[in-house]
Design a binder for this molecule. Structure first.
Ligand code: FES
Ligand code: FE
Length: 406
């Protein structure tokens, strides 16, 4: 049983506007708590419909410690399940994706239909198969982005969908494919990975390549990007002409905003050129980037030609796996319409730089001399929002289980 009172004490110790107490960044207790209270209670961007490109297939991912499988049946209906066999609990599908008419557990070959029903099991006659289907998980599809939530009662989704869908739909993710994906193991707590991902206070020195294309800083009025007025006005006019929304929209666990790249740059690549000749937003080019960020684990950037997905999954108190996926139009041909090195180089170098910063951060946070420090505003406004959201979510979870408010 987790010591919820200990976690509550730690959250209560936090000074407003400051980083978290040390134990929340490095203790196995807090890690276990985060899996239950945060990753078990939030909407998670598990992947994309284009990862199951044909009827009868699946996509399997692990969220915190919990494997989940998303299926697409013969009629094209998507469903999500706990990826844990109802016999003795084995993971039914290995993480990844593929075509399947049915899901067969590798341990004793129980067979499940794509709608979760158990259809075959070598068991005594009295055994009731109907009682042993895969357990469903909440699933939402927003313009080709698949969100799952492990909680029995998930956070309300309607406002998030209303904010994201109109801006994301023109990027036609249903017609995309994964051009490349990779993972990075970072020796840092997931919250340090996400804090780092929520600010560009470090970008000027930390990311010389990203700075060429990416506007650094947050404007005083809360916009994600700093851009000279004339540049922003021209960007806004272009985007409006293309019939695309800008935002910004924000809720307790999301931010959605289209912002301009640096002048003369149209793609999130090292040279600022588009990475793929086949566009996702037809007829568009210089429309900046749509940033859509979801607590607790993800951000994406959608430009005219690509979408880049970043996801941080905790695997231990001091270890996080970062997954990056690059999406391009499904008909784009590698070597003709895009080059994988050109497509991926900017985020690969940026992710490696960020990994080093996260690991430096974790080592210092582990010090007996660590004292929580102040976030710098407005540059770290989104980090502060993340830390505040984390504390609120933690307290809500504890209050619901102990019946005692903070
Ligand atoms: Fe799946 Fe036995 S654990 S069939
Ligand atoms: Fe960074």
């Amino acid at each position: 049983m987790l010591d919820l009172e200990r976690i509550r004490d730690l959250v209560n110790q936090r000074r407003p506007g400051h980083t978290l107490p040390q134990e929340l960044y490095n203790s196995p207790e807090a890690f276990k708590f985060d899996l239950d209270a945060i990753f078990g209670q939030s909407w998670i961007l598990a992947g994309f419909t284009c990862e199951i490109p044909r009827p009868r297939g699946y996509l399997a991912v692990t969220i915190g410690g919990s494997p989940v499988v998303i299926t697409r049946d013969g009629e094209g209906v998507y469903r999500a399940f706990h990826n844990s066999c109802r016999h003795r609990g084995a993971q039914v599908c290995a993480d990844g994706s593929g075509g399947r008419a049915r899901l067969t557990c590798p341990y004793h070959q129980w067979v499940y239909d794509l709608d979760g029903r158990l259809v075959h099991a070598r068991m005594p006659e009295t055994f009731d198969r109907a009682e042993h289907g895969l357990r469903p998980v909440h699933l939402e599809n927003v313009a080709g982005a698949l969100f799952v939530c492990l909680a029995e009662t998930p956070p309300s989704f309607a406002r998030f969908r209303a904010d994201l869908e109109p801006l994301l739909a023109p990027h036609r993710l249903e017609e995309a494919k994964i051009a490349f994906q990779n993972t990075l193991v970072e020796r840092g707590n997931w919250k340090l990975v996400m804090e780092n991902a929520r600010e560009c206070y470090h970008c000027g020195v930390g990311h010389p390549e990203l700075c060429l294309t990416f506007p650094i800083g947050v404007s005083a009025d809360g916009h994600f990007a700093l851009a000279p007025d004339s540049h922003y006005a021209a960007f806004a006019a272009r985007v409006e002409e293309a019939g695309l929304g800008i935002g910004p929209f924000a809720g307790p666990w999301w931010q959605v905003e289209r912002f301009p790249l640096n002048k003369g740059h149209v793609g999130l690549t090292i040279d600022g050129a588009l990475a793929c000749r086949k566009l996702m937003v037809e007829g568009a080019g210089d429309i900046g980037s749509l940033r859509w960020a979801i607590e607790p684990h993800s951000f994406c950037h959608s430009t005219a030609d690509t979408t880049v997905y970043f996801s941080a999954m905790p695997t231990a108190a001091g270890e996080t796996v970062v997954t990056c996926k690059w999406l391009v139009h499904k008909d784009a041909v590698e070597g003709v319409d895009y080059d994988v090195e050109h497509l991926t180089a900017l985020w690969n170098v940026t992710n490696l730089q960020d990994r080093d910063l996260v690991e430096v951060n974790q080592r210092g946070v582990n010090s007996v001399g660590y004292v929580p420090g102040p976030y710098s505003l407005p540059d770290e406004a989104y980090v502060l929002a993340f830390a505040d959201w984390y504390c609120d979510k933690a307290m809500d979870y504890i209050a619901a289980r102990t019946g005692v408010d903070a």
